[in-house]
Design a protein around this ligand. Sequence first.
Ligand SMILES: Nc1ncnc2c1ncn2[C@@H]1O[C@H](COP(=O)(O)OP(=O)(O)OP(=O)(O)O)[C@@H](O)[C@H]1O
Length: 274
Amino acid sequence: MEWTRGPVIGRGSTATVSLATSVSSGELFAVKSTEPSKSMFLQKEQYFLSKLSCPYVVKYLGFDITDEESKPMYNICMEYVPAAPSTMRFRGMESKNVLVSKEGAKIADFGCAKFVEKVGGAMSEFSGTPAFMAPEVARGEEQGFPADLWALGCTIIEMATGNIPWTEHQNDPVSALYQIGFSSEVPKFPSWLTEKGQDFLSKCLRRDPKERWTAKELLDHPFLDDLDLELKEVEEFTMTSPSCTGSRFLEFNGSNNWRFFDIEFSGRENQEVG
Ligand SMILES: Nc1ncnc2c1ncn2[C@@H]1O[C@H](COP(=O)(O)OP(=O)(O)OP(=O)(O)O)[C@@H](O)[C@H]1O
């Protein structure tokens, strides 16, 4: 597919993400690029994305190597998910690897992903962001499905506070790993979350992976019933500001509830992207 690169819309530690346009169809999509010599994580991500088809994962469109001003670039093309810009008026934040669009939340960034071959088995490799690691992962013991539910709890904390869990150790990953792996502590829960929200977190953030709730159990947790209600209410909610005219935002409304709402950007804000 022939395409042209547009403005940069995001940067991570391994790659730069730009908007791109298909020459034949005019379709807008996102391209994640890096130099081929530094493309190990991106190639791994390409492998995972190409195997996944799920409405909650950014859609993979292909990969290629381009020559841009005599500089080769390794590129993964994927669905463009307009992300919530930090400048908008909302207090809730989404983790940078969870993009929120009109269709809901989608997971992007599979640079540290791996297929589970043997659930609960010993770890062949150790990767991830320390602050989101489950105690058993920090100790290098195992990385099974329960570790994902621990990470979910950590993501909720990040969304509610705007900070990663264990912020007190954010400049010292080694001490964070030690605290996570060998203390009896769990990350601090935001005190302003509802009782149901706190209870949901307590089920995700159990230090013993065998005591942690499973995804199936969590899906029936009353905290999620409340979110459904919130979404219905929000369908009636309209933003009136002329400068905010089509992405979905998550807001913590101060009375212990989260809600989603939709905003469209004015042309000016679109130009500011990148
Ligand atoms: N499909 C997409 N649509 C819109 N924006 C995207 C998309 N993919 C990534 N982005 C933006 O680009 C940013 C960087 O992307 P990403 O986190 O995947 O890069 P990375 O180099 O793998 O990051 P990390 O530092 O976590 O390794 C994201 O935070 C997001 O804002």
